[in-house]
Design a protein around this ligand. Structure first.
Ligand SMILES: Cc1ncc(COP(=O)(O)O)c(C=O)c1O
Length: 440
């Protein structure tokens, strides 16, 4: 670490809270970004395959985004007016999001984050049903606010004295760890759905406010649901009177390559879809799309947040949607996704550490295990692979309840050569970690 970074690190340790963890033994000070690349304070270049936390869609500092924002600033475009006033980008973005959503999901609430979007969706589900109980999944992640940490199925995000009422956690569709040998993915999906129904029958009075489910559980380690699981979950949700919320904070805005939102592409029309991350390409914006009926049920109440729908953030999101269309980025996501799938599965053949490869589009996870039979979580090895990749100029992330899943989610603009580079560095990093046993 250079002297200035060391000084900054000392300040960080003194002034940021104790919950502000960082990646890497020595924190990485990123100072510049363009397209798929970022640079640290020493001028070293990295291929950014994780994008903060899955939050860059059209590439860092895209020229069209910069131009639109600079123009608005140069024209003294107003920045503050909450939804209490009228402003064009906010309303136009709501219209666009309704167009991308399944028919009937016409109404949009804007927030500053995915957590607040989920807060709103659960509040709306409880309001329209008059029920309190929400079903979420073990290993799920839904945000850092009081309610959303309760929704999370991870001890990492549970704090002392935190109320845990009003939510129960059901079995996730974690095929790699929990299916029996030889069980088909569809059969396992149906088994999880039966367990989901049993959870409702054993923990509720037979009525629920709703369910909140990620089509691919992001923080949980890119655990990808089988479409049959989602379809069954939706059917069960309706059977017990609930509102189905698809948390697409990670999967939304085309990330999985199969559709603008993942759940509809998997045969489910949710009552509400929440989104953030790729929507703003780095800008702090979240949203919920919902039916007229859900929105109407809230009429007479007032709910907004000061900066939700800010014209600069919504403008940035609008320009990103234009870029996704104009540059046909959905096609690139699918094409690069197929390429990565093939190459990552080949890596699994080569490296014993890789127990499972899963994902879709530009959302990929490699679950690392010490032993393929026992599936012992390889948490320290995962950290070592991240360090080795950093040294080689590649930024990746990690996830999973036991921190043993390598995750990566590059910008939609990634090229085939860059995908090859990701696989090459992963290959080298896995080999380097296997060669030097990591102390556990
Ligand atoms: C699936 C999912 N939902 C909700 C959130 C919370 O979003 P935010 O951090 O913007 O509040 C996250 C963040 O990682 C997420 O992955």
């Amino acid at each position: 670490m250079n002297e200035q970074d060391q000084e900054l690190y000392e300040l960080r340790k003194r002034h940021l809270t104790h919950t502000a963890n960082h990646y890497y033994k020595e924190p990485l000070h990123l100072v510049k970004a363009s397209g798929t690349r970022v640079w640290d304070s020493n001028g070293k270049e990295y291929l950014d395959a994780i994008c903060g936390i899955v939050s860059i869609s059209v590439g860092h500092n895209h020229p069209k985004v910069k131009q639109a924002l600079i123009e608005r600033f140069n024209n003294d475009g107003i920045q503050h007016p909450s939804i209490l006033y009228q402003n064009e980008p906010t309303i136009k973005l709501a219209q666009r999001l309704a167009e991308y959503s399944p028919p009937g999901l016409n109404r949009v609430f804007f927030s500053n984050s995915g957590s607040e979007a989920n807060e709103y969706a659960v509040m709306a589900a409880r309001n329209i049903t008059g029920e309190e109980l929400v079903i979420s999944l073990k290993h799920g992640y839904h945000g850092g606010t009081l309610l959303t940490t309760t929704l999370c199925g991870h001890s990492t995000w549970k704090f002392r004295g935190q109320p845990l009422a009003g939510v129960v956690h059901a079995t996730p569709p974690y095929y790699y760890r929990n299916a029996t040998e030889g069980q088909s993915a569809e059969d396992y999906a149906r088994q999880c759905a039966r367990e989901l129904e049993e959870t409702i029958l054993t923990t509720s009075r037979g009525k629920i406010a709703g369910m909140i489910i990620e089509p691919i559980m992001g923080v949980g380690g890119f655990i990808d649901a089988h479409p049959v699981f989602l379809q069954e979950a939706y059917r069960i949700c309706k059977k017990y009177g609930g509102m189905y919320i698809s948390d697409e904070v990670q999967t939304g805005i085309g990330r999985t390559g199969e559709g603008f939102f993942a759940a509809p592409a998997m045969g489910v029309t949710p009552d509400m879809i929440t989104m953030a991350k790729s929507l703003g390409n780095g800008a702090p914006i979240g949203a919920v799309v919902m039916t007229d009926e859900i929105s109407e049920a809230l009429a007479g109440k007032l709910h907004f947040n000061t900066f939700g729908g800010d014209p600069y953030q919504t403008l940035q999101a609008l320009v990103c949607l234009d870029i996704i269309e104009e540059d046909n980025l959905m096609a690139n996501i699918s094409e690069m996704g197929e390429f990565l799938q093939e190459r990552l599965n080949a890596l699994k053949e080569k490296h014993q550490l890789v127990g499972d490869v899963r994902g879709r589009g530009l959302m990929w996870g490699l679950e690392l295990v010490r032993d393929r039979q026992t599936k012992e979580h390889a948490g320290s090895e995962t950290i070592a692979v991240m360090e080795a990749a950093r040294e080689r100029g590649l930024l990746i992330g990690k996830g999973g309840l036991h921190g043993n899943v390598i995750r990566f989610s590059p910008p939609y603009t990634i090229s085939r050569e860059e995908c090859e580079r990701i696989v090459e560095v992963l290959d080298q990093s896995l080999a380097a970690v296997a060669a030097v046993p990591v102390s556990v």
